[in-house]
Ligand binder design. Structure first.
Ligand code: FMN
Length: 390
């Protein structure tokens, strides 16, 4: 994508990555992604806000060359390489530029990219730099999602350059959220995959940045938000303690017995008026699964026993759930085994970060009998009771 003027003296100079399919070797990208970089031209000085993934450095450079401007400052909001990785190249091309960042980000940039000490201008929380008619304020937002994360506020334009905060993985020719409503679902996916563990710090930092009058939020991935109310309200909702009347059931079944249990539970919950989302861990979109955990009240993990413990797919997903710390209220474990199992004990040990109430587990030898199915109905009754009371 070529450089695009957003407002007088503010340009989009980033890159759309239409082809990228996976991020961090972990997160599938059904809509690609973008690395957003912005150029702000003041009367006296020019600042580049973040760069792009090194894979796309040539596009950033082309966009900057089109504009034929000098660069005095490269503001680095966050040291992760998808934003900072092209800084060394930009420093080579624009040797007069200095990297403006906070002390934590500076240390990381030195470690990741070998940027020399004399290339930095270190700023503190709330510090400002005037470019001449354009004033940049730096607001530290630690742990959204790394210790170094900060945002940059352009006072005159009421624009917040939020880096990963409010980001979405989406390649699109439509630069603004009002042109592409899909951004809100992509932003929820991004929140679920990256931001969910940082709910408490997001809460504080949202309050901190909300003290500014913000007309536009320009993140470093995905479309730009203008107006900003909808994304801010969605974030408030996601980080709140409120959960929905939703039961999420990740399951695995090798020979069908656990599957019979899951199918019965799904029917039983639907009959009781609950919303249910089953996910076959062997065939699911992990992003959809994690999005469902943003709002769910109850998680029921269903797995057969394999070599005394849960199936390895269950183990890896339980590990991820524990890291992401969704705001679940209730968890139940169920599954089929052959002769002896430690699945319940091992899974509970894996989920130690979750502040949840455990409902009674259901372990069944082989294929469920009529009695076993009644136990599953009793679990559905219990879930309904819990949801009604909370
Ligand atoms: C590779 C493998 C290892 C197993 N290990 C155990 C075990 O350690 N303990 C046990 O009780 N059952 C074990 N089983 C038996 C399964 O737990 C049992 O067949 C169960 O009913 C499978 O549920 P499913 O039909 O949902 O796959 C094992 C099965 C397989 C295929």
């Amino acid at each position: 994508m070529s450089a695009r003027m957003m407002e007088d003296g503010v340009y989009y100079v980033g890159s759309q990555d239409w082809d990228r399919q996976i991020f961090d070797e972990l997160i599938p990208l059904p809509q690609g992604t973008s690395y957003n970089s912005y150029l702000i031209q003041g009367r006296d000085n020019t600042a580049l806000i973040d760069t792009v993934d090194p894979e796309k450095a040539h596009e950033l450079l082309k966009n900057l060359q089109e504009l034929e401007l000098k660069i005095d400052y490269i503001v680095s909001n966050h040291a992760e390489q998808d934003h900072s990785g092209s800084i060394p190249l930009i420093l080579e091309e624009y040797p007069e530029a200095v990297v403006v960042t906070n002390p934590k980000c500076k240390e990381l940039l030195k470690n990741f990219l070998f940027i020399p000490e004399d290339k930095f201008k270190t700023i503190g929380d709330g510090d400002k730099i005037s470019l001449g008619g354009k004033t940049l304020e730096f607001i530290f937002t630690p742990w959204v999602h790394w210790p170094d994360t900060m945002v940059t506020y352009l006072e005159e334009n009421k624009m917040l350059f939020s880096c990963d905060f409010f980001g979405s993985h989406m390649a699109t020719s439509q630069l603004y959220s009002h042109e592409n409503e899909e951004v809100y679902s992509a932003a929820k996916r991004y929140y679920a995959e990256l931001m969910m563990p940082f709910r408490p710090t997001i809460k504080n930092n949202l309050a901190k940045i909300s003290k500014r009058d913000i007309k536009t939020i320009a993140p470093s991935h995905g479309p730009i938000y203008s107006p900003v109310n909808e994304i801010i309200n969605l974030y408030k909702d996601w980080i709140s303690d409120e959960t929905l009347n939703l039961v999420v059931i990740p399951y695995v079944s090798m020979h069908g017995s656990t599957r019979v249990m899951v199918d019965h539970l799904v029917d039983s919950l639907i009959k009781r008026g609950l919303v249910v989302k089953p996910f076959n861990l062997g065939h699911m979109d992990p992003g959809e699964f994690l999005m469902s955990l943003v709002d769910a009240s109850t998680l029921v993990i269903a797995s057969p026993t394999v070599l005394t413990g849960p199936h390895p797919l269950t183990v890896s997903n339980a590990y991820l759930i524990n890291l992401l710390r969704p705001k679940l209220k209730y968890v139940a474990i169920m599954g089929s085994f052959g002769w002896g199992s430690r699945m319940e004990e091992l899974l509970k040990g894996q989920l130690s970060n979750l502040k949840v109430e455990y409902l009674e587990s259901i372990s069944i030898k082989g294929l469920p009998t009529q009695d076993d199915l009644e136990k599953i109905d009793a679990l559905a009754d219990e879930i309904l009771k819990k949801h009604e009371s909370s």
